[in-house]
Design a protein around this ligand. Sequence first.
Ligand SMILES: [Zn+2]
Length: 122
Amino acid sequence: MKCDICNETIEDLDDVMTYYGKNLCEDCYIGELHRPKPCDPMAVSSAKKNREMMGQSGTDGLTSLQKKIVEHLKQHGKATQPDIAEALNVPIGEVQTQFGVLRHMEIAKGTKVDGKVYMTLF
Ligand SMILES: [Zn+2]
């Protein structure tokens, strides 16, 4: 078995890591896990597919905080993450986490305006 990234032969099959359908050695696997993937098409399509399989659309299946963020964006058009954190009275880290989820579901996205990153709806 060869690693799909570095092409190194992996002697022990127990050491083969599978990640998004790729066979990786341990080093590359760890590298992949830590690689930031803001626009991973696989993650996006699987998040979308999960929702489709569950018959969800719009804000179905969202947590109440995710729905509040979507509502806020509907009302304001666009908002920065600190603005949302303040408006909804939640920690900024929570807004960032939820935004990651919403972005994967293609509900919200980031837009840069005048050097500031705003969240907007798709
Ligand atoms: Zn490798």
